[in-house]
Design a protein around this ligand. Structure first.
Ligand SMILES: [Zn+2]
Length: 723
């Protein structure tokens, strides 16, 4: 009975649904949406992805350069303007804002081999020496190749150095604590560790004299963590460690075999042969544009961003984001040149950098002067010439011309990856409507794709012929960190960003993040949402404000849902503060479109007119009332890629690690608090107000901990006290 009722209900609903009037697409005339939806191709994107995923794309490496050449060639073929591969010198000394450039790194070859023999040692020292070079002539000697760079470049940890060594193996557990090494004969042997090699190298190699590292570090934690014993995870050594070494990454299965042999005392000798190393090189950033049509507004830019680096295959992370923005480039270039879409007022730029560090080089590259210890400055004339040539800039620096960014990092995960697609809102320190634009399109694709999945009928199913038919089910999500959107939205740049990303992905950063798991339908939808959003933003002028209203209302409703869930976790006092902070956010967000209005004066009140704080006086006193403001330089978040600006300077100044950096809040922790505390230090908020703002975002935190961090920032010269 119950079953029948359900079935009848469902079929009635299906009929209603099929007969319901199609939902009008948001923000653009339907003919524009139809043109975009028809042109954007998941197959074309996947073909580009397959090309990119062939390369082992480490920063500054040959593989990265080959991928960059491929992207540049595609951009030229797609008819983009000003296609260039920008080069920013990276030698370990030059700074780009907060990023100490990391020297380029290349691997050439690497093999890890077990040497075994039957019976008593039959071959003597000479043969073993030869065995190291694979010139073996001994009937009883067996060489078992454990892993090699030729087949799996991921097996060689980034920043490994050349070596020809052999020795025994010692299992040291995680390998990150002194106690892991107690009573073990590490000197002259390899160590097997479960941590990332970079976390173990100073103890293992520096202190205890290991000859090399074998790591079976596991993937990022998700529900599927540890299930697949065949995954080899991407590994890193510390770029700047004095204890240079090499490390092999192996699967948990391989590690277990080695451990079992150790337990049975059957593992006699390992040999490693590595040709790899750091060298001065360049961060390369591919770029191209679709020039804007308006004589004035063409100097403003909407940027499509991804990151082109990472281990091979790195299909979802992040060949997918790069292939998707390439498809946006192809689609917009084609439709505007054929006049099926009006060419937008603002210039649309596409950038393909190595993650975070390349974006910092790009945004800081022109003339930013940061005094640093090595006396090499990022105002180096070499950089200026390169940058000037590439951008033909005679006006404001790129960072000042960019109005908004659409950043894609992991946007192709099919069902096999378990990915959920997110439209991620910005940090609360940078209220903006741009994410609402993306959410309006994503929500519409959600509805259309669900209608199609449920009934087989929809005006815009957004399905690629070779792709899946599952509904998109994109989620509107609170701000999360971890990719280039952090850099743009850092308060030193203040550029709002739409961040489209998959999470979880059970294959991220492993040898199984392969093109086979990428769904062309997903790529099509991500590219469509990005293209439509970017096109709206590139066209937007003051007169369009009313058109934004429904999208902004929808976005606000989504945020309200997120905030409502947070309210329930707070006591009355904290809930009141949260309410105030969210109201301030909404007020500023509502005015944020004025950034896009050609003549803002007289049309609006400025965001700074919205009251901040105001009712904390009763509780605050002393240090809580001090107002901090961020200095102009250095630009960028303080913890960046492979380098921590704060940690290096705090150590030099003898500052104890502030408690904030390990603080666990209700909705966020350490680095997240730190990122936003600095962003909120705007010369208007006092320490208590900064505390209330980050507490609304990541959960209540004691004001003393925030003050301690602000004082540390003041000591290293990043913020100043405003009187
Ligand atoms: Zn990524």
């Amino acid at each position: 009975m119950k079953l029948i009722a359900i079935v009848a209900g469902v079929s009635l609903w299906m009929i209603l649904c099929a007969e319901a009037k199609a939902q009008k697409p948001p923000l653009l005339p339907e003919k524009d949406v139809a043109a975009l939806a028809n042109e954007v191709s998941g197959e074309a994107a996947k073909r580009d992805l397959e090309g990119i995923a062939r390369f082992h794309r480490q920063r500054g490496s040959k593989g990265f350069h080959e991928a960059a050449e491929l992207v540049a060639e595609r951009l030229r073929a797609y008819g983009l303007s000003g296609v260039a591969i920008l080069q920013f010198p990276s030698d370990g000394k030059i700074f780009y804002g907060t990023q100490r450039s990391r020297p380029a790194w290349d691997g050439e070859s690497a093999e890890l081999t077990e040497v075994d023999y039957i019976g008593p040692t039959p071959c003597g020292e000479e043969v073993l020496k030869k065995a190291l070079h694979m010139m073996v002539d001994c009937a009883n000697l067996f060489l078992w190749k454990i892993t090699g760079y030729e087949a799996e470049p991921i097996t060689l940890a980034e920043d490994s150095e050349s070596a020809e060594v052999r020795g025994g193996l010692v299992d040291v557990g995680r390998g990150t604590e002194e106690s892991d090494y107690e009573d073990k004969q590490v000197k002259g042997n390899f160590v097997l560790v479960s941590a990332q090699p970079g976390a173990a190298q100073d103890l293992a190699v520096g202190k205890y004299g290991a000859i090399g590292i074998i790591s079976y570090a596991q993937n990022q934690k998700t529900a599927w963590w540890g299930e697949d014993q065949n995954l080899i995870r991407w590994g890193h050594l510390d770029t700047f460690s004095k204890n240079k070494t090499f490390a092999f990454m192996v699967s948990p299965k391989t590690a277990r075999i080695l451990q079992e042999k150790l337990a049975r005392k059957e593992l006699r000798l390992l040999m490693a042969s590595v040709k790899a190393g750091q060298h001065p090189g360049n961060y390369e950033v591919v770029t191209a544009t679709i020039p804007g049509a308006d004589p004035k507004l063409k100097d403003e830019e909407i940027v499509f961003s991804c990151h082109l680096d990472h281990e091979r295959p790195g299909a979802n992370d992040n060949a997918s984001g790069c292939a998707a923005i390439l498809e946006v480039a192809r689609t917009l270039a084609k439709l505007t040149s054929e006049k099926r879409l009006e060419r937008p007022a603002r210039t649309i730029r596409f950038v393909f950098p190595p993650e975070i560090e390349g974006t910092l080089a790009l945004l800081n590259g022109e003339g930013a002067a940061v005094p640093i210890t090595e006396n090499v400055r990022d105002g180096d004339p070499r950089l200026h010439t390169l940058y000037e040539n590439a951008f033909h800039m005679h006006g404001a620096a790129l960072a000042k011309r960019v109005k908004a960014v659409i950043h894609m990092d992991m946007v192709g995960g099919g069902p096999e990856t378990k990915a959920v697609f997110h439209v991620t809102s910005g940090p609360m320190s940078l209220p903006s409507f741009v994410q609402d634009v993306a959410w309006a399109f994503a929500d519409w694709v959600n509805e259309e794709s669900y209608k199609f999945a449920a009934t087989g009928k929809a005006d815009y199913p957004m399905v690629a012929p070779e792709g899946g038919k599952e509904p998109l089910r994109a989620e509107y999500s609170a701000f999360t960190m971890g990719s280039d959107h952090d850099v743009y939205q850092d308060s030193s740049f203040g550029i709002p960003a739409i961040y489209l990303n998959d999470w979880p992905d059970r294959y991220i950063h492993t040898n199984f993040d392969s093109a086979a798991n990428i769904d062309p339908t997903k790529l099509k939808r991500a590219a469509f949402i990005g293209a439509a959003s970017g096109y709206v933003l590139a066209k937007l002028s003051g007169g369009d404000a009313l058109d934004l209203f429904p999208a902004m209302t929808q976005g606000r409703d989504q945020r309200r849902i997120l905030f409502a869930k947070r309210f329930r976790q707070l006591d009355k006092e904290e809930a009141t503060k949260l309410f105030r902070v969210t109201a301030q956010y909404d007020g500023k967000e509502a005015l944020s479109w004025h950034e896009f209005s050609p003549s803002p004066k007289g049309v609006m009140q400025t965001p700074s007119d919205v009251q901040i704080g105001a009712s904390n006086e009763a509780k605050t006193s002393g240090t809580s009332l001090v107002i901090y403001s961020r200095k102009k330089e250095p630009k960028g978040p303080l913890a960046v890629f492979g380098y921590n600006y704060f940690a290096e300077r705090a150590k030099a100044a003898g500052i104890e690690t502030p408690k904030l950096l390990s603080y666990e809040g209700l909705w966020g922790s350490g680095e997240e608090y730190a990122y936003e505390v600095l962003n909120f230090a705007d010369g208007k908020r006092n320490a208590q107000e900064i505390r209330d703002a980050v507490s609304a975002e990541y959960g209540p935190v004691p004001v003393e901990i925030v003050v301690e961090y602000l004082k540390a920032l003041e000591k290293i010269g990043v913020v100043a006290v405003t009187h």
